[in-house]
Design a binder for this molecule. Sequence first.
Ligand SMILES: Cc1ncc(COP(=O)(O)O)c(C=O)c1O
Length: 396
Amino acid sequence: MPAANEQLGMTDPRVREANATIPVYGQLPFIPERASGCDMFTKDGRRILDLYGGHAVAALGYGHPSLVRAIQEQSHKLLFQSNSVALEVRAQAAENLVRVAPKGIDRVFFVNSGAEANENALRMACVTTRRKKILAITHGFHGRTAAAAAVTWNSEKWYGFPTKPFDVDFIPRDDTDAARAMINRDIAAVIVEPVQGIAGAYDLSEAFLKTLREETRAHGALMIADEVQSGMGRCGQYFGVQVHGIDPDIITSAKSLGAGVPCGAVLCTHDIASHFQPGDLGTTFGGGPLAAAAITATINAIDSEGLLSNVRKREAQIREQCVKGPVRNIQGMGLLLGLVCDRPAKEVRNTLLEHDILVGTSSDPAVVRILAPLVLESTHVDHLAHALEAIAPLID
Ligand SMILES: Cc1ncc(COP(=O)(O)O)c(C=O)c1O
């Protein structure tokens, strides 16, 4: 006799999640049971190539041996201790991050997510400059907490809080004249994603990013690079700003940072760090040993397996092979790419899923987003190219 909940179709986690959680997420029509490399395997026997990586998190794919070993060993040794004690594993993670960061960045504050990293980066900018206004970029996304959402374009729909924590204005993206006109001595910081992820992997122009850097410097404001999605190797360098030779004052990181273990970090200059005393910033879980071990394992794998170079090679291959079928054009950098389509991205995403390939959509209805693991192989790109080829282009 099946159990009562089975009779009601209740063994399906989709039904059970819908009954036991707040249903705020649209969900895809498959249930992964396990994953390995770039592939997910479902209970009903499907093998799905994951080119989306759980929103850009699975930097090393799934089951990466050295990451798995690092978190296994760390969980046996010491699963958690707070920042009330110094830890070898945390010190190592901080040193590794500083080593791969752009010039001038030599301090880390560990947190737990992208939004929390941005929340603290914005606080640090207001404290350091003693100014009250933040500039962000149209179409940008920075997270769901109060300050991060305040600098997110079009967050009014879900913002929810009665007021914003500071004054905010948005620079039209890629408008260098507007940037020059808007950055002045009232501005605490400009926050910018070098490649706007949720906007469809829209890569801001180097001229625009350099203007932000020059104008913030000239007016005593800070430049915060939100590299939550673009960072940790995804753009072919550790951070997207490094592709343009730009040294921001603050970088925020999360997502790929722990390659699946939740964590975030704010990276900043020594000068900014010097404004903060014990008690000024804090979080219980930030820099926990498991996260710290994952950060070091991720950086070690990126370095020892030549993943930055792999990202650049796979980007070149995608650009060469994948402008076909519904794809008209490709934007973005590295493995943060937007396939600009001739029809709704959702339609293309659904068709690719029928071919057992998972890609993402974005806030641009025509852009399919690729956020593949940095360990992506050339045969995976061939697979995507063949699947795209099978989708007939629209006749103009
Ligand atoms: C650029 C960027 N910043 C911040 C965030 C927020 O990160 P989290 O969801 O970890 O809070 C995201 C999430 O998608 C992001 O893409």
